[in-house]
Design a protein around this ligand. Sequence first.
Ligand code: AHR
Length: 311
Amino acid sequence: MGACGGENEAGSNGGNADDGKITMGFAQVGAESGWRTANTKSIQEAAQAAGIELKFSDAQQKQENQIKAIRSYIAQKVDIIAFSPVVESGWDTVLKEAKDAKIPVILTDRAVDSKDTSLYKTFIGSDFVLEGKKAGEWLVKEYQGKTDTVNIVELQGTTGSAPANDRKSGFADVIKADPKFKVIASQTGDFTRAKGKEVMEAFLKANPKIDVLYAHNDDMGLGAIEAIEAAGKKPGVDIKIITVDAVKDGMTALAAGKINFIVECSPLLGPQLMDLAKKVVKGETVEQRVLTEETTFTPEQAKAALPNRKY
Ligand code: AHR
């Protein structure tokens, strides 16, 4: 990835950066999951520690609310805007408005599909395709040497969001090599526990033989576990479960054997985001893509990690 230079935009927009205090407008996705709650906490705590004044808004998983929040940050002439886009498409106009107002933008956690990468300074977050691949690789290993059909149901994240698109495609890319793996149902659970439960109930009613559940986050997996138990089946045994995130509740279910494998996605983006924001406001050059380091967890690894898990 190429580096993205940033001309010094501080002071040209009326923000506070001239007197040394940076004001950041942050447009959060919502509070849909344990991951998101941990991410919000990380951003708020890191802003405070870095001496950055944070204007924070919760879009309740709606793109129009995020666009409104960004426009209000532009009108307030903040020094920098950061946001985690609910969905990938439809950002060019508002990002152009920020650029015209000379307010730099940082993408956190989720990407946009804008062709014009000059509309934002950097993007910090996970490689969601890789996360999907790790989930698929575990499955391939788990069923190595077996020939029976493996019926998989998939709970997708928010429709049109980068993690839903990429976790689906990464997983599909890996399992397609072996025709015994069949995704028999795939539907959005909107990254929430309630919707994960509701959709899993429908999956169970429509499909008498489900071998594996792949949920794009822990929360949907945890909701699905409730549905599986209510249907008289044993999660982790009758139906193997793979999720993404590794928040405490997910890790607890993994350690108890109700989930079989979790691919980590770190929400602790706050400190790095604040460092990047300071550099961008000063006009320093920053990498256009900053990747988060992540791992995976088996039940044994979850047991070992849980006592020190921060979120
Ligand atoms: O964008 C990251 C995803 O959003 C997390 O995996 C999910 O839990 C959250 O809601």
